[in-house]
Structure formats: C-alpha cells, structure tokens
Design a protein around this ligand. Structure first.
Ligand code: PHE
Length: 352
C-alpha cells in the first residue's frame, strides 16, 4: 500500500522552483510538519527527504499524543537563490490548496519571518513571530524538550538526572543544536561541540571536527544535524554510552537500533526527543495555552521517554521497537509504518 495520503510536486509559479508537500497521514487529525528550504543534488532527493520526514512527523505526533498526522514541505532551492518571498509564496499557495489537511511551520532553512511570507498565501501556518500573531520561534521549545529527554535518559542510564555529572558531544550547531549546547553548559555539563560549518562555534565551549565529535568518549552523543547519522558504518566507531538528540531520522534503518543495543549504547528515539516544537506551537496556537504552560507540556517529553525506555527494558526490545509499537504500526518485526523510511536511501534530514 502506498504509505502517503497525498503528495504534491509542482513547479512554483512565482519562483520556478520545485515545491514538494508530502502529507503522510491525516488519520489522527490534520497533518503538521515544517517547511524546509534547502539545496539538493536533484529535486528527486528533495522528494525522498519530504517522504521520509513527513512519515517521521506522523510518529512524532503520535508519540507526543497530539491529534495530528505528519507532513512536510520541501522547497528545492539552489545555493544562493535570492527570491525567498517568491519561493515561500509558492509553498503557501500549495498548502492553501490542501484546504487545511496540512499546516506548516519552520524547519531547516526557514524561520518565523518566513512563516509570515507563507502566511500571505495560507492561514495554515504555525510559528509566525509573536508580534505577527504566532507562537514565535519553535527552536527554543525543541531544545528544552531535548534537554528534558536528556535528563530522563541520564537518570535511566546513569542513575541520576544531574547533568553536571555528565559529558555530552553535540553534533550540529543550528538553531536547535546551539540552544541545546548552551542549556547543557548552563546546567554544568561538560560539552563538546561541532558543526560542518567551521564558522559556527559557541563562545566558551570546546569545539572539534564532526568526525571527532561523533567518535568522542562521552556519556551522551547528541545528534542535532544530519539524518542517517547512525548506520552500520558509524556505529562500530562510537564511544558514547547513550544517544539522544533533536535530529530527525537518525537511524538509517530500524535494524541499526539492534546494532546500538548490541554495543550497549542506549538510543532515545528522535521522534520522542524532538517533539518540543510541535507541542509548544499547537498548544499555544490551537488550544490557547499560555506560553509558560506550553513549556511545561514540552517538559513532559522526559516522562514520555522514561515510560518508553522502561517498556523497552522490561519487554526485552529496543527503544526503537517500543516506539514503533507505541505508534500503532509495530508488528513484532518492527515493520509497518517504518518500512517506507527504511527503504529510502539515506539523505540529509536535519533537525527542525
Ligand atoms: N521543524 C519542526 C517540526 O517539523 C517545527 C514545527 C513546529 C513544525 C510547529 C510545525 C509546527 O517538528
């Protein structure tokens, strides 16, 4: 069965760029998921990314208990493309044609100001700046949710949630990754950072190459950039004891969860860890929750992760399998909804 409810691929009439909107599922409610603007070797790679990322959003919403399905928008923009407004207008018009089956928000390569431009063509958009009537940047909430997950992970794996006793390697210093690194440092943790972009670094925090960061001898590795980071080529070289981060689609394939398990590395499913942004945006914009209460809902990601890790340990399955069962498509073979992602080649899918 074709896994996606609807996929639109079109040439944007204003920009001329490929505009891709993938609606994976509306079974639990309208689909949500960010709008990514990035360059790809070929537009088909952008389509592959949209298909994988929208499926991951379905899992993310289900695990967070939100009445939504997953979707994603990808604007395939060549490096240096200048007419941002035209591209975002094209995305907004495409989303508007779906009549509310899908609403977008910020993602890699877009931010709250871009949501204003999308909002000039559709009302189905989250995270416009607060002054413009939205809930603002979602990345602080995604970072707060990630740190709540890291505390829960540390409590489960090391017997204490005290981050000042732990060391972390944060791979990726985009809007979310940089915020996570800062929060960890503020909590007194030892933090090593890295980004492919050598100009990015945080004052006062140690920095190394992506390769050294990936293979660092730390308590916890925090993937905050590339999708598919964990695969049969990288897992044997890891020296961390646990992994949790906001990057989407960290495993190249569900079977890699088994490789991590065999090496004694505890992996927290990214669909649980990275849900802070959507929890925060939907609470404020759809349910009128006060921002402070929305942040409290984001903190509950820690409890969700603890419950999942306990279930996995007590039933002798990996956290990935436990997450898969919790989303409702998990047969004992760990297939079902995950299959669509597992078949796709690994593309860069970054944290949003
Ligand atoms: N990139 C995030 C996500 O896809 C942000 C987002 C927030 C998207 C709110 C939609 C709504 O999870």
């Amino acid at each position: 069965m074709f896994p996606h409810a609807r996929v639109v691929v079109r040439r944007g009439p204003e920009s001329g760029l490929p505009i891709i909107v993938a609606v994976h599922s509306t079974a639990r409610g309208p689909a949500i998921g960010g709008c990514r603007m990035a360059s790809y070797p070929d537009w088909r790679d952008g389509l592959t990314d949209a298909l994988r990322l929208s499926a991951a959003m379905t899992d993310k919403c289900a695990l967070a208990g939100l009445p939504h399905g997953g979707g994603k928008t990808v604007i395939v923009a060549p490096p240096g493309f200048e007419d941002r407004a035209a591209a975002l207008h094209d995305a907004g018009a495409t989303i508007e044609e779906l009549g509310g089956a899908y609403a977008t928000g910020p993602d890699v390569g877009t931010g709250p100001d871009d949501m204003v431009l999308i909002g000039e063509r559709t009302s189905h958009v989250f995270c416009r700046p607060v002054e413009a009537g939205g809930s603002g940047d979602s990345s602080p909430a995604t970072a707060v949710g990630t740190v709540a997950a890291l505390r829960a992970l540390c409590d489960f794996r090391f017997g204490t949630s005290d981050l000042s006793r732990r060391s972390f390697a944060v791979l990726g210093l985009g809007r979310v990754g940089a915020h996570v690194a800062r929060l960890l440092a503020e909590a007194g943790a030892r933090v090593l950072t890295s980004d492919l972009d050598e100009t990015k670094h945080l004052p006062g925090l140690a920095r190394t190459t992506p390769q050294m960061c990936l293979e660092a001898d730390v308590d916890v590795l925090v993937p905050a950039a590339m999708g598919g980071l964990l695969n049969p080529a990288t897992v044997p070289a890891l020296r961390c004891r646990a992994i949790a981060g906001p990057a989407n689609n960290q495993l190249d394939h569900v079977s890699t969860a088994g490789l991590l398990h065999d090496r004694g590395i505890l992996w927290a499913p990214d669909a649980v860890v990275s849900a802070g942004g959507i929890i925060h945006a939907t609470a404020i914009e759809l349910r009128g929750t006060a921002p402070a209460d929305a942040m409290a809902e984001v903190q509950a990601i820690g409890d969700t992760l603890t419950a999942l890790l306990r279930t996995a340990a007590s039933t002798g399955i990996t956290p990935a399998e436990a997450a898969d069962r919790a989303t409702g498509h998990g047969g004992a073979d760990g297939e079902g909804g995950v299959r669509s992602r597992a078949l796709a080649p690994s593309r860069p899918s970054t944290a949003g």
